[in-house]
Design a protein around this ligand. Structure first.
Ligand SMILES: Nc1nc2c(ncn2[C@@H]2O[C@H](COP(=O)(O)OP(=O)(O)OP(=O)(O)O)[C@@H](O)[C@H]2O)c(=O)[nH]1
Ligand SMILES: [Mg+2]
Length: 300
């Protein structure tokens, strides 16, 4: 049986979590249009007849500004260290810049099993159809391809879409073939290493990322503080931690309207996940500068 770890790397927003969710077939990691959505290293597990792929979703590679950023970058390095295969994702609708080129070259120098993945090709073809064959996207693709040819890696390139699913079976096949022979690491029913508490905290953060404007989302951490389950009901309390008193007001919304809406979606998600009724309480708290001073309280 082919079994092993697959590190999923790339810039923020490249589509890493979307790819993992698609191939695992479950919502393992939060996806959003914002950069730096993923903060933890999250395992997504896919077991087939003759293989088990353990995807390691990672935070996007970026410059560190605060302690949280450094923790995130450390998680990328640790994912690399234990990987049998590395997927490096880049957004096909953007030109690969010099810094990223160096990073990719370095990856190929250091590891034998690297698969380059061009993401979001659905976007490409739609725009392309509108703008004609020689549109700006064709130009971008050609430039990126030129670089990949220069480093002699066009054979390791896969072009995919996590929206349409195009070429996903091919990519999965290539991953499986690259894995070593071994025995499964996880149970065949497992789809992640994370607890239900973590999945629920992440769901809350994911909904807030969608709902809120501008800077507030990056300053949010969510912790489930109470999780109490019997045969029929699960009681969940969670803290939404933000950095400013003013943000707290925005999260709660007029007369609590926003928080109520978030609570409704999360409750539905938890009921589906656990297959029982859920009583959910959300509390909004302020912890100034937690991203520098108190990261360990929320991310350990
Ligand atoms: N059109 C299109 N959009 C995509 C595709 N894959 C991801 N996206 C979108 O790109 C954005 C970022 O996707 P994520 O999967 O969260 O990206 P990520 O690389 O995990 O981002 P970080 O966790 O911030 O590093 C989201 O708005 C996704 O819906 C794709 O194949 N096609
Ligand atoms: Mg992500």
């Amino acid at each position: 049986m082919k079994c092993g770890y697959v590190a999923v790397l790339g810039r923020p927003n490249a589509g890493k979590s979307s790819l993992v969710n698609f191939l695992v077939g479950e919502e393992v990691a939060v996806v959003s249009h914002r950069q730096q959505t993923t903060r933890d290293q999250i395992l997504g597990i896919k077991t087939g007849e003759d293989f088990q792929i353990v995807f390691v979703d990672t935070p996007g590679i970026h410059h560190s500004k605060n302690v949280l950023d450094r923790v995130m970058n450390k998680r990328v390095r640790s994912a690399l260290a234990g990987a049998d295969v590395i997927l490096y994702l880049f957004d096909g609708s953007k030109e690969i810049d010099d810094e990223e080129k160096d990073y990719i070259k370095n990856l190929f120098d250091k590891s034998e099993n690297v698969i380059l993945v061009e993401t979001k090709i659905d976007k490409f073809s739609k725009k392309e159809q509108k703008s004609g064959k020689n549109g700006v996207f064709a130009e971008i693709e050609e430039k990126n391809l030129q670089f990949i040819r220069e480093i002699g890696k066009e054979k390791s390139l896969q072009k995919i879409s996590a929206i349409s699913g195009e070429n996903m079976p091919k990519l999965q096949q290539q991953i499986v073939e690259s894995l070593p022979d071994g025995t499964p690491i996880f149970d065949e029913d497992d789809f992640t290493d994370k607890s239900v508490k973590f999945l629920i905290a992440e769901k809350i953060r994911g909904i807030l990322l969608q709902e809120l404007d501008q800077e507030i989302p990056h300053g949010i951490a969510v912790v489930v503080t109470n999780f109490d389950e019997n045969d029929e009901l699960v009681r969940i309390d969670a803290d939404i931690v933000c950095e400013r008193q003013q943000h707290k007001g925005i999260i709660i919304g007029k007369g609590g309207a926003n928080l109520k809406k978030v609570g409704e979606s999360v409750r539905k998600y938890a009921e589906k996940l656990l297959d029982k009724k859920c009583a959910l309480k959300l509390f909004v708290k302020v912890d100034e500068d937690w991203r520098d001073k108190n990261v360990a309280k929320y991310y350990n």
